[in-house]
Design a protein around this ligand. Structure first.
Ligand code: MG
Length: 166
């Protein structure tokens, strides 16, 4: 195989934190999770999808999600972040990339994430045209320390690999 036939691999990372707020619905990975509080934000505040979008955009050498979907724009008020992820997927495809795999860590003291992971994976698989085994979703806590440990919010860390066939 000549060198110009080798696929190009690009890696990107994303991170997002949102504060909990009373009276909000908690949505993570496009899944509504029963909880006494939700995340505060302009869109549906889906920190998992925001982190994966930034990872995909970063890997493609594009700008961050705030540049494409400004939180001052009324079009994005309370929008489902799955719709934004679809747009990001099209941007990435438009640059000639497909997604190799994504891996996510939810950092939260509460609620329990594990019962919802399969539903989150199904949403990511459908939107990013992936098989479930190309998606990792894990959860950990801060052992009671810091703002996450005090249950003031949660964070998500993401990594994405993009592949361009040449
Ligand atoms: Mg966000």
């Amino acid at each position: 195989m000549s060198s110009e036939m080798r696929p190009e691999f690009r890696v990107g990372t994303g991170f997002d934190f949102h504060s909990f707020e009373e009276g909000q619905t908690l949505v993570l990975g496009g899944v509504v999770i029963p909880h006494d509080r939700g995340l505060k934000g302009h869109s549906d505040a889906d920190a998992l999808l925001h982190a994966i979008m930034d990872a995909l955009l970063g890997a493609a050498g594009l700008k961050d999600i705030g540049s494409y979907f400004p939180n001052t724009d009324p079009r994005y008020r309370e929008i489902s972040s799955l719709l934004l992820l679809e747009k990001v997927y099209r941007l990435v495809r438009g640059k000639g990339f497909s997604v190799g795999n994504v891996d996510l860590t939810v950092i939260a003291e509460e609620p329990r994430i594990y019962p919802h992971i399969e539903a989150m994976k199904a949403n990511l698989a459908r939107t990013l045209h992936l098989q479930p085994d190309q998606i990792g979703i894990k959860a950990t806590t801060m052992e009671g320390k810091g703002p996450i440990g005090r249950r003031e919010g949660l964070a998500v860390q993401a990594v994405a690999l993009l592949i361009k066939e040449k």
